[in-house]
Design a protein around this ligand. Sequence first.
Ligand SMILES: [Fe+2]
Ligand SMILES: [Fe+2]
Length: 146
Amino acid sequence: MTISNYLTNEHRECDNIFAQAEQEVANGDFKKAEESFLKFADETLLHFKKEEEQFFPMFEELTGSSDGPTMVMKHEHEQVRGLMGKMAEAIESQNRDAYLSLAESMMILLQQHNMKEEQMLYAMADRVTDANRANELISKMEELTL
Ligand SMILES: [Fe+2]
Ligand SMILES: [Fe+2]
């Protein structure tokens, strides 16, 4: 498996759970929506942890730069975390309209963030790592938990 495949799959999984939570809120099923939202939050935060603790440091080492793309990506992670907190509040207070409006912003933010990672950072990492290095990184990411 390539680094790109591994991390892109996680984006897709998070997208699917996110869409599920949104549908459940739209249906007014807040009990299910809360479960799905928590799953989305956990998976996304674990994915961010994998990037921040393993992938970005390797990327910075390979490119010799820690104040370029990885700094932008970390800043966007913070924005996602902030929105996540607001979405959790909207679910807790069963505020359908607030949730759906925040979900719209979250979707745009995540789509743009993920596209930059997939097209630039992951693609570049694939080009400059051999299979051993890629496998080593993937197994280190697999070991992480929230
Ligand atoms: Fe990211
Ligand atoms: Fe990512």
